[in-house]
Design a protein around this ligand. Structure first.
Ligand SMILES: *Cc1c(COP(=O)(O)O)cnc(C)c1O
Length: 391
């Protein structure tokens, strides 16, 4: 999808798989097979010799996965894309493909918690250092970049939703000879196309909006053919975190409605955020579309944001009173979800890391799903009333 085009133009989303399918099926079939056979010794030899490109084994190439990759590449305006078993597999493969011991990465602060943990554990063990910078502070990034191999971006960030001028940051990376990578899960290709802003690689947790139905865990990376070939050469086959054909099929299904879903998430979340902001018991809202102008390149906002209660609200009573909003991690599906910050701060595995994401006891993360704004609002309003009395 080219920049400036209507982000809700469904036609630009479906063309990639509007070619005829086997049996004239309207939906592309799932090629659920681990291996592909050869009709002759000669055909096998020609494939091994690289004269013929065709699927051999699903860890390398699978037609259903390939179809999803082509659709996603088109949506992000990329030459190529590569599907992974999870968003984290996409993140680890993207980073590991470009760094070696002694290298340094500059990352925006408050990145997705498991990316932060990957950087602080495995990467640290392999002598790769990560410097965190406020993504809104371009001069700090400019100062941190000399000598860095990679600039790792996420905009907006996972819990406090800091939205950055992605194009400006990508230019800084280019000027300092660093590769830029961005996690674009929050905005989806409907609201942000980072490659058109000058970023080198864009990745998604496809478990979120791309799938859109809370029934798949997978990831994808898109970029130039040269960059994707680099991933395809080592990290993809040898780390082995490939996307399954069934997951790719679910994602192809999800992409058909992506623009419509994003439009609904955006409208509902903006309305609910505005109503929350008007309440006495709410201290602050972390939503990039509320009051602020969006940074250049961000064309809209999604359903995920957080807010902070004033002291004296019983967050436990609030959470337990909700009916439509379920308590649960992840986001991007039909369902509305909440995560109370005070629970995340109790996380045993990484006791101190939650503070690094900007999470506090009084913050709550909301995913506004597709159940309908008024029903969701009355659920929230009644839970807040109970929680205020219970305090
Ligand atoms: C969920 C998420 C990931 C990780 O994706 P998985 O599919 O769960 O591995 C990465 N980045 C962001 C912003 C996420 O929300």
């Amino acid at each position: 999808m080219s920049q400036g085009s209507d982000p809700f133009d469904l036609a630009s989303f479906v063309v990639a798989h509007d070619e005829p399918h086997a049996f004239d099926a309207v939906v592309p079939p799932i090629v659920q097979t681990s291996l592909f056979t050869f009709s002759s010794y000669e055909e096998m030899l020609a494939t091994y010799q690289g004269e013929k490109v065709r699927p051999v084994y699903t860890r390398g190439l699978n037609p259903t996965v390939r179809l999803f990759e082509e659709m996603l590449a088109k949506l992000e305006g990329a030459e190529d894309a590569l599907g992974f078993a999870s968003g984290m597999a996409a993140i680890s493969a993207s980073v590991l493909s470009f760094v070696e011991p002694g290298d340094r990465i500059v990352a925006v602060r408050h990145v997705y918690p498991d990316a932060f943990r990957l950087f602080g554990s495995l990467l640290k063990r392999f002598k790769i250092e990560v410097t965190y910078v406020d993504g809104g502070d371009e001069s700090a990034i400019d100062k941190a970049l000399p000598g860095a191999k990679l600039l790792y971006l996420e905009s907006p960030t996972s819990w406090v939703m800091e939205a950055h001028d992605v194009g400006a940051l990508a230019q800084l990376a280019r000027r300092h000879g660093a590769i830029s990578v961005i996690d674009n899960s929050w905005a989806s290709p409907v609201f942000q196309n980072p490659l058109s802003l000058g970023v080198d690689l864009v990745l998604h947790s496809a478990s979120k909006y791309l799938g859109g139905h809370s029934d798949v865990v997978s990831g994808v990376v898109a970029g130039s053919k040269t960059m994707i070939d680099r991933l395809r050469a080592e990290a993809y086959p040898y780390l082995g975190g490939k996307m399954s054909p069934f997951d790719a099929w679910l994602l192809i299904r999800g992409l058909r409605t992506l623009p419509l879903r994003m439009k609904a998430h955006e409208a509902s979340a903006l309305e609910i955020a505005a109503r929350l902001q008007a309440l006495d018991v709410v201290e602050a809202i972390c939503h990039p579309g509320l009051g602020n102008r969006l940074p250049p390149g961000l064309k809209g906002t999604s359903g995920l944001f957080s807010f902070i209660f004033k002291p004296g609200v019983n967050v436990r009573a609030f959470a337990n009173h909700l009916k439509l909003f379920k308590l649960g991690v992840s986001w991007g599906g039909h369902e509305s979800l909440i995560v109370p910050g005070e629970v995340v701060l109790e996380q045993k595995a990484q006791p101190n890391s939650a503070r690094a994401f900007g999470i506090s006891e009084r913050s709550v993360r909301l995913h506004v799903g597709l159940e309908g704004t008024e029903a969701l609002w009355s659920d929230l309003a009644s839970a807040i009333e109970t929680a205020t009395k219970a305090a």
